[in-house]
Design a protein around this ligand. Structure first.
Ligand SMILES: [Zn+2]
Length: 408
């Protein structure tokens, strides 16, 4: 197994970008002690010896650096931080998609592309996909997110327009194709499904077979901090991506992936940045010779709730600070892979303790950006409930901080 996605020869000419990022991080007072002067980023070995960056470190760096694009506007997008106000990541107009398009062209001039990633609320994916579609010269339908009762009419419209491509997060795409399947709508001209933001879901493959049998998946992997790291094609497994040459992917000995940008235009100081994803470098069965990355899913306390990251440990810590609460547990109920509700179960500290669950509910909802955004249309799907005991695993006797339930 190789540890880096690029060979020393391929990475070498681009490593001055990593050295410059190291200098930028060194200039951040809160981070400087982590980068003593003997550390460097002039070779892959030196890079592997640098301390990894976590989401909070990057937010600290950005708050100090406040980077600005040289040749365009500077856009602010949501970047991690599942509680409180949104934390921000920066990107120039274009969102680095010219570099993506140079290596990956799922769309061409003949396509009619539906951009179903939500726009607004500082989400980056809609704009990133729009930039790619722009470079492709196709026809664009900027749809964004729609509410439950609107799917039927929009599906009829899309069928009439003979759309050939659609893009969104897998959980949003599932809503589209589940609605189409239930309503008997077919999209025979749809050939391409672009996705980003979550792992591919096999249920989507089944729904597509019924609704749009010609459609094939085209995936991007990335985050608001790293932007697009890699892409795949219908010939690659859904969890394997080919990193771009401007993105250096490293799999450490513990099986965690970290990312280093080698793009001189990148505003976020991404140097051994960990998204929390576990993974490995591997050969892709599509036949491309260079190392690809297999993404094995999150290994931190963040779970996906309707396409947004919810930090379970942080939510529990807040609940357990409430007077009268001894312990808390998060129960995520999914229906067909999509978050239907989130419940915080709270165990009272003693017989006389009566935590004010309604007040706590309001506080958690208001202070947790992921919850207030994901459940904006159905706030009742987030609840805080007092219980006599938490949910524990009868087999192991363990009480996990997070319980995921599947509801049919
Ligand atoms: Zn491949």
């Amino acid at each position: 197994m190789t540890a880096f996605s690029l060979s020393p020869e391929a990475a070498g000419p681009r490593l001055p970008v990593a050295r410059r990022t190291l200098e930028r991080l060194r200039s951040v007072p809160a981070l400087a002690p982590r980068y003593p002067s003997h550390l460097d980023a002039g070779s892959l070995e030196q890079l592997a010896a640098l301390p990894p960056l976590a989401k909070d470190d990057l937010n600290t760096a950005l708050a100090h650096l406040e980077p600005a694009a040289e040749h365009s506007a500077t856009w602010l997008f949501q970047s991690g931080g599942s509680t409180g106000a949104p934390k921000v990541g920066y990107a120039p107009t274009g969102f680095y998609m010219a570099g993506v398009h140079a290596h990956w062209q799922p769309l061409d001039r003949t396509d009619v592309f539906v951009n179903a990633w939500g726009a607004g609320r500082m989400w980056g994916a809609h704009f990133l996909a729009a930039a790619l579609a722009d470079l492709s010269g196709c026809r664009i339908i900027a749809l964004g997110s729609v509410a439950g009762e609107e799917y039927g009419d929009w599906l009829d419209f899309l069928a009439a327009r003979r759309v050939t491509a659609i893009g969104g997060t897998p959980s949003v795409l599932r809503l589209w194709f589940a609605h189409a399947r239930a309503a008997g709508v077919e999209l025979p001209s749809l050939r391409k499904v672009l996705w980003l933001g979550e792992a591919w879901q096999e249920q989507l493959t089944e729904d597509l077979a019924a609704v749009a049998p010609q459609a094939r998946r085209w995936g991007m992997f990335g985050s608001t901090e790293t932007w697009v790291v890699g892409t795949n094609t219908p010939h690659c497994p859904a969890d394997v991506f080919h990193p771009l040459p401007s993105q250096l992917v490293h799999a450490d000995a513990g099986g965690l992936l970290d990312f280093t940008t080698l793009d001189p235009e990148m505003l976020n100081p991404v140097l051994r940045y960990r998204t929390g994803d576990a993974g490995e470098l591997t050969a892709c069965p599509c036949g491309r010779p260079e190392p690809a990355m297999r993404v094995l899913g999150r290994r931190d306390s963040v779970v996906q709730v309707r396409g947004l990251g919810l930090d379970v440990d942080e939510l529990i810590a807040r609940a357990e600070r409430e007077p009268g609460v001894a312990r808390a547990q998060v129960v995520l109920t999914e229906q067909g892979g999509r978050a239907a509700s989130v419940e915080v179960l709270v165990l009272a500290a003693g017989p006389g303790a009566a935590p004010d669950v309604e007040r706590l509910r309001k506080e958690l909802f208001g202070a947790t950006f992921t919850l207030s955004t994901a459940f904006q249309h159905d706030p009742g799907s987030f609840r805080v409930r007092p219980v006599g005991e938490l949910v524990s695993n009868g087999r192991t006797g363990k009480t996990a901080t997070l319980v995921v339930r599947e509801e049919s």
